[in-house]
Design a protein around this ligand. Sequence first.
Ligand SMILES: Cc1cc2nc3c(=O)[nH]c(=O)nc-3n(C[C@H](O)[C@H](O)[C@H](O)COP(=O)(O)OP(=O)(O)OC[C@H]3O[C@@H](n4cnc5c(N)ncnc54)[C@H](O)[C@@H]3O)c2cc1C
Length: 447
Amino acid sequence: MLLRVHDLVLDPDEDGSSLGERACERLGLPGSALRSYRILRRSVDARRARVRLLYALEVEVEGVRAEGLGEPGGAAVDEGLRLPPHGHEPMGAPPVVVGAGPAGMLAAWLLAREGYRPLLLERGLPVERRSRSLGRFFSRRELDPESNLLFGEGGAGTYSDGKVNTGSRDPRVALVYRILVEHGAPERILYDARPHIGTDRLKRVVKALRSGIETAGGELRFGCRVDSFETDRGRLSALRTSGGRVECRVAIVATGHSGRDTYEALRAAGARLVPRPFQMGLRIEHPQTMLDRCQYGRRAGHPALGAASYRLVARGSRGGPDVYTFCMCPGGVILPTPSEPGGLVTNGMSASTRNTRYGNSALVATVGPEDFGSDSPLAGVAFQRHWERAGFLAGGGTSAPRPSSPRTSWRAAVRVDCPPAPTSWDSGRRTWRPWSPRGSRGPLAAP
Ligand SMILES: Cc1cc2nc3c(=O)[nH]c(=O)nc-3n(C[C@H](O)[C@H](O)[C@H](O)COP(=O)(O)OP(=O)(O)OC[C@H]3O[C@@H](n4cnc5c(N)ncnc54)[C@H](O)[C@@H]3O)c2cc1C
């Protein structure tokens, strides 16, 4: 019988080997009843003076009946995920997935595994060659609009921080975690309350997903940008790409946040686009040791706790918007992540070890159609471009401000009311060396 046991408490110094026994104790069973267990969730509880680790377990026990246990929180397990059944109508042409970001790669992987032989089109380069474009960006400030931190195999996800937590309770989330683990993500993302992969590992996951798609009969084409959509009597009939025309009846457009030209193309093809609110703001950074001390007190630096994270919300007064932190990257760095020349955008990432001396997070507010100043469905894109351009000019006219020059300092993009302090960008030369085109073994290096 499978049962769930919640809120098992461990001290950070305990290694977890007693978990099964503790679960049996909680269920009022002898240790001999335990057949196996798996961790469902592990979280750090730093709300009290005593920092604790909390576990939820699924235990397999023998020789007992559920009704007899009377254990609150113990419940039979039902995974309950079903994929939709296959159709009966021939498709005419293989399904096409546009964009090899996390959404596109996972869609193509599932289609391939289900026997649909999908074609995955990606404007950028495979992950090994993508690292070279990044080397040029960091060393010479040359932005390749087709191969950068956002475009290329794995999309923005490849060089993301790789936090894979989501507020969604969709049962497919568990499937996504399992696929990621099958392709090289650490097993602990299946149960960590704040699952994290890290950009160094993500690159290997992306390569493994590629080969999984190919082995299952799918095809990937890199350097192939979809420029327009052809329709026949209101139905999709082909894609015009930088590599020629592709017959197509069904396409999944997974071009992400930054494929702005694709949204224009969709609009030109008559697709209905709806503007959506999004978050906008800036990145803030702190010494990680300070964050660890604030969250964990005297247990700061304990290896079982890792680099501390936080989340802050300031409620807007007098009808003003809430301002909140988002996408916190403990032990990470701040990166410039523009997709277009003439714009400055920042984001945060970290390696699997989360071991830089800095933690950063986005400090954002939600903006929506009422802020965009136009009814156009693409008004939000114009709004973004306006502020990205303003950041670019304030930062001295470069998408990746040079760290050492005061005139073009990154910090010049934002007015700060505290004395200048070192940042991950300044110290990145030692810690990350991402801009070294050759010889870099930092997280941005080729996998
Ligand atoms: C530095 C950084 C850190 C981040 N950290 C996190 C994090 O920790 N956790 C988290 O959940 N999210 C994080 N994000 C956000 C996350 O990466 C994105 O939400 C995610 O990548 C979106 O996935 P996607 O597949 O929808 O789109 P994308 O990842 O944007 O992929 C879209 C793909 O489509 C391709 N494409 C675009 N147009 C075309 C076209 N016309 N033809 C062919 N190909 C095209 C692009 O080249 C790209 O590869 C981070 C992002 C960045 C940049």
